[in-house]
Design a protein around this ligand. Structure first.
Ligand SMILES: *Cc1c(COP(=O)(O)O)cnc(C)c1O
Length: 399
């Protein structure tokens, strides 16, 4: 019997836990506590982390901040994006990508995604450009890169700034260059589930010194570094990362490459195990992605091969069997918040007369399921259990 209906869960031994830690996190944390320098103003850990993480992602400058959402807002603020401006984002992403645009009083314009990779389509980005477009925020979905060569080329042609949302992409590479090093800016998140975490945290990266300096001022209430006389030279905010966050992240960074390799190997094995399963189609990989981080293992679920069992019910059944999973992000314009907000009467979703709107994003939002990345961090038995749990549900429903 299925676990959700009172049977025994298929998975008896749980997947590895997340987040992971060892003596390094503990020792780094103790050293901050006992140093009695708990904020970046008097401490050295945030600065050390910023230098190391910038190098790790192949960028010149990194600014540690409170979280990924504020890193996105900071990038938009540095670029002076505000009222009257449009920013193009993929239609299917986590809400923060759109929220940051809205919080800067600009209009998020949604572009469709590729049905195989679930990343924003360069053609859809180009088609959504208007004279008001100031920036584009490609999202490297689950760590699979957007086609950054095309996106940067189009952005250049129309003089549009590129902010990479690399919240899923720590240590990932596209064409042997790290994610986050392609755009004018990139952002990372260190929220509890992300591939490097300190519970909550974020980073803003750039290769542009002027952008970095302006971002520094804004994140520290408009105060120049080292200021002692309350000199507030521009309007700012407080987005400062603290020393505890940096202490944990310094330890976490040492594990990222090894974990990325493990997930990549296991994702390849899981792809093979799921190949014969009808109605399950994993996110596809484009060969330019030489390191995929697999922040999530995403796949299309076709209910017709599961006796009509809905995607949302399937997710409940699979969770009950002991496989941690979730439904895909919604198309942002389908959320209550976006539906209520008309953004001063302007369209949020790009629409050409007679052309179907955001078809692939809508299909993904309705049909895709994702597995937590810790499902890819265990052994081969763990992978076989994932396939077996899916088959157990299929056997029970498919007539
Ligand atoms: C997690 C996430 C963010 C936001 O990061 P927070 O640190 O949670 O604010 C932004 N974009 C995407 C795609 C994310 O998944």
């Amino acid at each position: 019997m299925l676990a959700k209906d009172g049977g025994t869960p298929l998975k008896s031994k749980d997947f590895p836990k997340w987040p992971v830690y060892d003596e390094r996190e503990i020792q780094n944390m103790i050293s901050v506590i006992t140093s009695q320098n708990w904020w970046r103003v008097t401490g050295s850990r945030v600065k050390e982390f910023e230098e190391k993480f910038a190098g790790f992602q192949g960028c010149s400058y990194c600014l540690g901040v409170t979280n990924g959402t504020s890193a996105l807002e900071l990038a938009l603020e540095v670029l002076g994006i505000g009222s009257g401006d449009e920013v193009i984002i993929p239609a299917m992403t986590f809400i923060s990508t759109g929220l940051a645009v809205v919080n800067c009083n600009a209009v998020p314009v949604l572009a469709d995604i590729d049905k195989d990779t679930l990343c924003m389509l360069p053609e859809a980005f180009e088609a959504a450009i208007t004279p008001r477009t100031k920036a584009v925020i490609p999202v490297h979905m689950a760590g699979h890169a957007c086609r950054m060569d095309s996106i940067c080329e189009i952005a250049d042609k129309y003089n549009i700034k590129v902010i990479e949302d690399a919240a899923h992409g720590h240590g990932g590479e596209y064409n042997y260059k790290r994610l986050g090093s392609y755009g004018d800016f990139s952002i990372f998140s260190f929220q509890n589930g992300k591939l490097m975490t300190c519970g909550e945290g974020g980073a803003l990266l750039t290769n542009n010194k002027e952008y970095y300096e302006k971002a520094y001022l804004i994140q520290d209430v408009g105060r120049p570094s080292g200021d002692k006389i309350y000199e507030h030279v521009i309007r700012g905010n407080n987005y400062r990362m603290n020393e505890f966050q940096a202490a944990i992240l310094l330890a976490q960074m040492e594990r990222v490459d090894e974990y990325n390799r493990r997930r990549e190997q296991n994702a390849i094995i899981l792809d093979k195990l799921l190949e014969p399963v009808k109605g399950i189609e994993p996110q596809k990989k484009e060969h330019e992605n030489n390191i995929i981080t697999h922040y999530m293992y995403m796949f299309y679920y076709d209910s017709t091969f599961f006796g009509g069992l809905s995607r949302n019910d399937f997710v409940e059944y699979l969770n009950a069997e002991g496989i941690p999973c979730c439904v895909c992000f919604p198309v942002l314009s389908d959320t209550e918040f976006f539906k209520r907000n008309d953004f001063n009467g302007r369209n949020v979703s790009y629409q050409k007369e007679g052309e179907a709107k955001l078809i692939y994003a809508k299909r993904a939002a309705e049909q895709v399921v994702w597995l937590h990345h810790r499902t890819l961090e265990g052994d081969s038995e763990d992978l076989q259990d994932i396939a077996a749990a899916i088959l157990k549900i299929q056997d029970a429903f498919h007539k």
